[in-house]
Design a protein around this ligand. Structure first.
Ligand code: SER
Length: 318
């Protein structure tokens, strides 16, 4: 991995992954691909090259890959789960037509491709606890349909054309940098913002709803480590279960109260997000990732909570 194109570089994952890749791969070109409505700003704009790359425009992808001699593409363009339920055609267009564009360019120009999958790629028929790596995947959301289709399409390109496609199934990702937009797990980010601002948090997810979550530094490390992994050890490619913590709103709220005793939360359940969450696993089994490429998370709920509160407090003081 030397010259890397990040498609969706200004989004929740891309904005941080691009900066981390620029720090770790300083000898290469780490190109921030963006759509004109969401251009890079600040350090992201100043620290390296950026180019307009709309995933639905195959020529734009090919031109940038050619210009910078790109060897690895991080395909991070997607609509999150709740938005995708309201715009299913657009979710498919970006998630699958867009992925096909990326895979075709990768086949022609011999690039490796990372496309994240998700806990949303499972549906209500998969085992809820200790959800295995290889199990039934029958999601009922458009987000999940695009994720499981993307896994299959990426594996097809690896088997049929030898394209080096790899992926992880991300849990809900928590970060103090770029907020997510329209996901089911967003509440676990929003709750920290409310707590640090001293506001009561209105929780859209019901008590007792467990979902896998992960702190962004672990997620970024996973996205890089899977692409650096020894291919001879990989029995799976698209996509690996990874996990670090699973909690419900009561547990995260109680943890925040340990550090901000006055924190208050009230429930106003959003039926759309609750139905999505109810169809997802409680906790994935990530044994295969641990065995095949030594995956290991560093942050648990307590370590993440301390860091989130410290970083957000500093952010709001500025
Ligand atoms: N964070 C995503 C969502 O909630 C799940 O992968 O849509």
């Amino acid at each position: 991995m030397k010259n890397v194109l990040i498609i969706g570089s200004t989004g929740q994952i891309g904005s941080e992954l691009t900066m981390k890749l620029r720090a770790e791969y300083a000898n290469g070109n780490i190109v921030a691909g963006y759509i004109p409505s969401a251009p890079p700003t600040g350090a992201l704009a100043e620290s390296g090259p950026s180019e307009v790359v709309d995933i639905t425009n195959a020529q734009q992808i090919a031109d940038v890959v050619e210009k910078y001699n790109i060897d690895t593409i991080y395909n991070l363009a997607a609509l999150l789960s709740a938005v995708a339920e309201n715009k299913p055609q657009l979710a498919w267009h970006i998630g699958i037509d867009g992925l096909m564009n990326v895979l075709e360019v990768a086949r022609e120009k011999k690039c490796a491709v990372f496309t994240p999958s998700s806990i949303g790629s499972f549906g209500p028929n998969a085992p809820k606890d200790g959800t295995p790596q290889d199990t039934i995947q029958q999601p009922r959301t458009m987000y999940g349909v695009t994720k499981v289709s993307g896994e299959l399409l990426s594996n097809y390109y690896a088997l049929k054309f030898g394209v080096d496609t790899r992926s992880v199934r991300f849990p809900g990702l928590i970060s103090y940098v770029t907020p997510p937009g329209g996901g089911t797990t967003d509440y676990a980010v929003d709750i920290y913002y409310s707590a640090v601002k001293g506001e009561k948090f209105i929780c859209p997810i019901a008590p007792g709803t467990y979902m896998d979550m992960m702190y962004m530094p672990d997620a970024l490390r996973a996205a890089i480590e899977i692409m650096e992994a020894d291919p001879a050890r990989l029995r799976h490619r698209n996509s690996f279960n990874i996990a670090s913590m699973s909690f419900d709103p009561e547990i995260i709220s109680a943890k925040i109260k340990e550090y901000i005793p006055g924190f208050e939360m009230e429930y106003q359940v959003d039926p759309l997000r609750q139905a999505i969450a109810d169809s997802w696993p409680n906790k994935l089994d990530d044994t295969c990732a641990r065995v095949e490429w030594d995956w290991k998370p560093e942050y648990d709920l307590d370590a993440m909570t301390r860091d989130m509160i410290e970083k957000l407090t500093a952010k709001f003081k500025k």
